[in-house]
Ligand binder design. Structure first.
Ligand SMILES: Cc1cc2nc3c(=O)[nH]c(=O)nc-3n(C[C@H](O)[C@H](O)[C@H](O)COP(=O)(O)OP(=O)(O)OC[C@H]3O[C@@H](n4cnc5c(N)ncnc54)[C@H](O)[C@@H]3O)c2cc1C
Length: 446
């Protein structure tokens, strides 16, 4: 008998779960809030890292398998409730990710010019929720709080030249804003030392090869060697990062018009300015037993914008339990409640790479099959429900039409010119439909 599964969220974790379930006798429905699939692959991974985004192609193959159906533009909690899905499906998988920022709890965090990285990255990646962020980048200096890969992405996107971004899919409005900005210096601040920084070495090294921008590190902040009790792989990454930072410490600010400054042992304490950000006050720290401890010595950096890249957070979904402390749905190895499972960032929190989500999907599929509950109506009931509410789901074939228009609209070598609003995406389908009905080839360009 066929087991009917609803997966909420079409990011990596959702797709890996769907893929694993296609091995079994299962009917798999991927329910996604946006018309566009792929979660943070489309809206998080940096626009100039197109090789990473190529994983989308394998997800598309999964979506086109006969057992799988995609329902884009359907938000669980708005168009259909989790309780309703649990009523009509044998199993429901939460794959909704961690879409919001850990709040920057600093005095002055409400000033104009302070942005969380989820919002800022969503803005330059054309995520409809952040299209209207309208960041004020009219400043010569930007501070990025955090020393992980997301912080590096933000810094790099802010300082790359148009030529370096030619192969990216940065939307026009973001490219125009960033290129017009008089940014000369980007400061990245980490509370702990260089050895504790979370970036991967490939991302870090890229900062040393930028056309117009030089990486700056104070050699006095770099230890001679990595000390501490680390697993082999972890130790190697930290050693490579330290070696890269040592190379950076020999560079000089005068070499290039722009600089990205890596500043360690610095904990932000206050955002300065009036209605708008004018600077950041920080306390110098030392690391004791792995924790940053304030030294009582303070310093200030003038900057007109601050991007806080201190981690992501899931949001509760009505009908499922939520652990406020850890910002996840509490689960035991992915099992949440009877018939309810969690995968990806909503299960584990916002850590790891795209590939880290794959074992989650495989495990959830195994659990669903082992739990072996069958007999609910699934898809047929979902479609009835959506139709009764006037919800307009976007099928995967329809998404591919939108995607083809994004690709056709691009200026090579950029791979696509993204639509940044749901209305724009749906309008493409309406135009195509109207053109089909009248027999006239309608203009599909935005
Ligand atoms: C800025 C950034 C850059 C990154 N860059 C890289 C990188 O270069 N390489 C790498 O390996 N990893 C990278 N990662 C990590 C990678 O993106 C994540 O590991 C992965 O996307 C997590 O997958 P997920 O499916 O759990 O969540 P997501 O990718 O966030 O997918 C969740 C999906 O659920 C949907 N959804 C949410 N709520 C609802 C709802 N109520 N109803 C319906 N749908 C809903 C969302 O719209 C989204 O499509 C990056 C992460 C970030 C934040």
């Amino acid at each position: 008998m066929t087991i009917r599964v609803a997966i909420i969220g079409a990011g990596p974790a959702g797709f890996y779960t769907a893929e694993a379930l296609t091995e079994a006798d299962a009917e798999i429905d991927l329910i996604e809030y946006l018309p566009a699939p792929y979660g943070l692959i489309r809206a998080g991974v940096a626009p100039d890292h197109q090789t990473t985004k190529k994983i989308q192609k394998s997800y598309a193959k999964t979506a086109l398998k006969p057992a799988v159906r995609y329902y884009g533009n359907v938000k669980v909690g708005r168009d259909v409730s989790l309780d309703e899905l649990r009523e009509i499906y044998d199993a429901v998988v939460l794959a909704i990710g961690a879409p919001t920022d850990n709040p920057a709890r600093l005095p002055g965090a409400d000033k104009r010019g302070v942005y969380g990285s989820a919002a800022f990255v969503g803005w330059y990646n054309a995520h409809p929720d952040f299209r209207n962020l309208d960041p004020d980048l009219d400043t010569s200096a930007v501070a990025v709080v955090g020393v992980g890969n997301v912080a590096v992405d933000v810094a790099r996107v802010l300082v790359k030249t148009p030529a370096e971004m030619a192969t990216a899919d940065l939307p026009d409005y973001a490219a125009e804003r960033i290129q017009a900005a008089p940014i000369q210096d980007v400061y990245m601040f980490g509370r702990r030392g260089p050895v504790d920084a979370k970036f991967t070495n490939v991302e870090l090294r890229e900062m040393g090869r930028l056309e117009n921008c030089v990486p700056i590190v104070d050699p006095a902040q770099l230890p001679d060697a990595v000390e501490g009790d680390y697993e082999d792989r972890d130790l190697r990454v930290r050693e490579k990062n330290l070696a890269t930072l040592k190379e950076f410490s020999e560079r000089r600010r005068e070499e290039k018009p722009k600089g990205v400054h890596f500043v360690f042992y610095a904990s932000p304490v206050e955002i300065l300015g009036g209605e708008k950000v004018e600077g950041l006050r920080l306390e110098r720290t030392r690391v004791e037993e792995g924790r940053a401890v304030g030294t009582g010595e303070f310093f200030e950096v003038a900057c007109g914008a601050i991007v806080s890249a201190i981690g992501y957070r899931s949001t509760p979904i009505e009908g499922a339990p939520f652990d406020e402390k850890w910002g996840i749905v509490p689960n035991e190895d992915g099992r949440v409640e009877d018939g309810l499972y969690a995968v990806g960032w909503i299960k584990r929190g916002p850590t790891g790479t795209i590939a880290t989500n794959k074992p989650d999907g495989k495990l959830a599929a195994e659990q669903i099959l082992a739990d072996g509950k069958e007999g609910k109506p699934g898809r047929a009931s979902l479609e009835k429900l959506l139709a009764a509410r006037g919800v307009r789901p976007v099928s995967f074939e329809e998404w591919q039409k939108i995607e083809a228009i994004e690709e056709a609209n691009a200026t090579p070598p950029s791979p696509r010119r993204k639509f940044a609003t749901v209305e724009d995406m749906l309008a493409q389908l309406e135009r195509a439909e109207a053109a089909r009905e009248t027999g006239c080839p309608g203009s599909a360009r935005a």
